[in-house]
Design a protein around this ligand. Structure first.
Ligand code: NAD
Length: 511
C-alpha cells in the first residue's frame, strides 16, 4: 500500500483561509464579521495537524443578530415571486460553477477530503442541487381547488414558514449547507445556518456566493459557533420557527428537547449504520467493488456508508478475501494529490475514537486487514475489514464513522433481512442480487429511507434523502423537502352570498 501522508503544498496554494476570512467567520446581513463570544476556534488541516485559520466563535449575541437579519429579510424575500427566487438561484448556480475550484480546495483543506472527491462529488453535487431548487422554486404547488361542499370553494396555499435555524455536521460541510439552505430559501424562507465550528469555510463561501448572485442581505446568514452555546441558542430562539438538524442521533435528541419547548417544526437527519446485503446469486466482483468504495467514501465518514456487509454463506469466504485485497490497494495520501484515494479522518481525536472501536473488537472478532494508523503526520487510518463479530457486538451496532467495514455471513434470506434490520438506525441500505423477486422483497422489507439495488451511495437532487427510526425524520433534497420548509393553509370561500347559512341552525335552533 502506498502511503504518502502529510502535505507538500503550502497552505496559500491550497486555500488561503486566513486572508479570505480575515474579517471574521460570521456572515450576518450580507457581510463578514467577527464573533463576539470571546472564545476562539482553530481550523486544523487534518492531513498535517497544522492550524490553517483561527477565528472568534459566535456567541448568543451573534445568533440574535443573525436571526434579526433573517427576520428583517423575510417579508421581502417571501414576497418575491417564485420566478424571481428561481432566477436568483440560477445565478447562484452560475457563481458556484465559476468558483468550483475554490470551493473544492477549501473543502479539502478543512476536511482532509481527497481533492478528486471534492471536485467530482461535493462541488458538482452542490451546483446540481442549486440548479434543481432554482427550477423547483417555480413548482411549489398546493392542492387543486374545488367545491368540496356545494356552496364553498376551497383551495390550499403552500406558504413559507419564516426564519429557519439549521445546524450542520463536519463530514460534508458544503453539501450539508446546500441541503439546508436551498429548499428553505427556494420556498421563500430566510435562514440562519450553524455549520460545525471546525469546518465553516465552505458555508461562508456559499453565503458570499448567494450575495454575489443577488440574493438579498439577510436571506442567508451563517453563525460559526459551538454547539452548546450558539447551537442551543439558535434552536431555542423564539423568532426561529423551524429547526433543521443534521448530525448524530445523541445530539439530535437534545436538539429535539429544546425545539419542543417553543413548538418548532423539527427536521432531524441523524446517524446511520447501513447494511450491505449480498445474496448468493449476486455478481461477486460488483459486490466487492461496491463494498470497498461504499465503506471508504469520505474515509467512511458518511452517514450512508456501507458499514455492515451480510454475505450469504456460499460467497462469504471469497467476499472477505477479495474485499481485503482490494482495500489494500487503496492509496492513502495528501488530499491535494490527484492520485490520493483516501484522506485522513477529520481530526486526531476522531481517529483515536475509530481506532478504539477496532482495538476493543480484537477481543471478540478478527481484523482481516487494516486496524492501524500509518506512520507519519495526519489523522490517517488504514482501511479496515473486521470478520467474526457477533451481531450484538459494538462494531456491528454502533456508528463508527471511519474506514471500517464489518462482514458477517448468513444462511437464509429471512435471516439476512432480519440481520439487516437489526440496529436502531434506518438511513440507507443496499441489496445485491440478480433475482428480481429477492430484491423486490428486500426493498419492501428493509426499514431505511433509501435502498439501493446493486449499488450503494449515489444520491440525486430529485430524490429524497432522510431516515427511518433512529436515523431521524424529514427529507433533504427533492420536492419532498418543500413539505418540510412550507406550511399549507386551507382557504375557503363562501359562494352562496346567503346571510343565514344552513349550518347556523346548529347555533340558532331552527329560526
Ligand atoms: P454532531 O451531532 O456532533 O454535531 C452536529 C452539529 O450539531 C454540529 O454543528 C455541532 O456543533 C452541533 N451541536 C453539537 N452539540 C449541540 C447542541 N447541544 N445543540 C445544538 N447543536 C449542537 O455530529 P458530527 O460529529 O458533526 O457529524 C457526524 C454525525 O452526523 C454522524 O452521526 C452522521 O451519521 C451524521 N450525519 C447524518 C446525515 C444524514 O443525512 N442523516 C448526514 C451527515 C452526517
Amino acid at each position: 500500500m502506498d502511503t504518502d501522508t502529510g502535505n507538500r503544498f503550502p497552505v496559500e496554494d491550497r486555500f488561503p483561509a486566513q486572508d479570505r476570512f480575515a474579517a471574521g467567520a460570521q456572515y450576518i446581513g450580507g457581510r463578514l464579521r467577527p464573533g463576539t463570544s470571546g472564545r476562539h476556534q482553530e481550523i486544523v488541516d487534518p492531513a498535517t495537524g497544522d492550524t490553517v485559520h483561527t477565528y472568534e466563535l459566535a456567541g448568543p449575541a451573534d445568533v440574535d443578530a443573525a436571526v434579526a437579519a433573517a427576520k428583517e429579510a423575510f417579508p421581502g424575500w417571501s414576497g418575491a415571486t417564485p420566478g424571481e427566487r428561481s432566477e436568483a438561484l440560477h445565478r447562484l448556480a452560475g457563481v458556484l460553477a465559476e468558483r468550483a475550484e475554490e470551493f473544492a480546495r477549501a473543502e479539502s483543506l478543512q476536511c482532509g477530503k481527497p481533492i478528486k472527491l471534492s471536485r467530482e462529488f461535493d462541488v458538482p453535487g452542490t451546483i446540481d442541487n442549486t440548479a434543481f431548487f432554482a427550477g423547483a422554486a417555480r413548482h411549489l404547488e398546493g392542492k387543486s381547488a374545488g367545491e368540496y361542499s356545494g356552496d364553498h370553494t376551497s383551495y390550499v396555499r403552500r406558504e413559507p414558514l419564516g426564519v429557519i435555524g439549521s445546524i450542520a455536521p463536519w463530514n460534508y460541510p458544503l453539501q450539508m449547507a446546500a441541503w439546508k439552505i436551498l429548499p428553505a430559501i427556494a420556498a421563500g424562507n430566510t435562514i440562519v445556518l450553524k455549520p460545525a465550528e471546525t469546518t465553516p469555510l465552505t458555508s461562508l463561501l456559499f453565503a458570499q456566493a448567494a450575495t454575489e448572485a443577488g440574493i438579498p442581505d439577510g436571506v442567508v446568514n451563517i453563525v460559526s459557533g459551538a454547539g452548546k452555546d450558539a447551537g442551543e441558542h439558535l434552536v431555542g430562539h423564539p423568532d426561529v420557527v423551524m429547526t433543521s438538524f443534521t448530525g448524530s442521533t445523541g445530539i439530535g435528541k437534545r436538539v429535539a428537547e429544546i425545539a419542543t419547548r417553543t413548538v418548532k417544526r423539527l427536521h432531524l437527519e441523524l446517524g446511520g449504520k447501513a447494511p450491505f446485503l449480498v445474496f448468493d446469486d449476486a455478481d461477486l466482483t460488483a459486490a466487492v467493488h461496491g463494498a470497498v468504495a461504499a465503506s471508504l467514501i469520505n474515509t467512511g465518514q458518511d452517514c450512508t456508508a456501507a458499514t455492515r456487509a451480510y454475505v450469504q454463506r456460499p460467497l462469504y469466504e471469497a467476499f472477505v478475501e477479495q474485499v481485503a485485497a482490494l482495500m489494500e490497494t487503496v492509496r492513502l495520501g495528501d488530499p491535494f494529490r490527484e492520485d490520493t484515494d483516501l484522506g485522513p479522518l477529520i481530526s486526531y481525536a476522531h481517529r483515536d475514537r475509530v481506532a478504539a472501536f477496532v482495538e476493543r473488537a480484537r477481543a471478540y472478532a478478527r481484523i482481516v486487514t487494516g486496524g492501524e494508523a500509518p506512520e507519519g503526520r495526519g489523522a490517517y487510518y488504514r482501511p479496515t475489514l473486521i470478520a467474526d463479530a457477533a451481531q450484538d457486538s459494538e462494531v456491528v451496532q454502533a456508528e463508527i464513522f471511519g474506514p471500517v467495514l464489518v462482514v458477517l455471513p448468513f444462511d437464509t434470506d429471512d435471516e439476512g433481512l432480519a440481520l439487516a434490520n437489526d440496529t436502531p438506525y434506518g438511513l440507507a441500505a443496499s441489496v445485491w442480487s440478480r433475482d428480481v423477486y429477492r430484491t423486490g422483497r428486500a426493498t419492501r422489507e428493509i426499514k431505511a429511507g433509501c435502498v439501493w439495488v446493486n449499488d450503494h451511495i449515489p444520491i440525486l437532487s430529485e430524490m429524497p434523502h432522510g431516515g427511518y427510526r433512529a436515523s431521524g425524520y424529514g427529507k433533504d433534497m427533492s420536492a419532498y423537502s418543500f413539505e418540510e420548509y412550507t406550511q399549507v393553509k386551507h382557504v375557503m370561500y363562501d359562494n352562496s352570498a346567503v346571510a343565514a347559512k344552513d349550518w347556523h341552525r346548529t347555533i340558532f335552533g331552527d329560526r
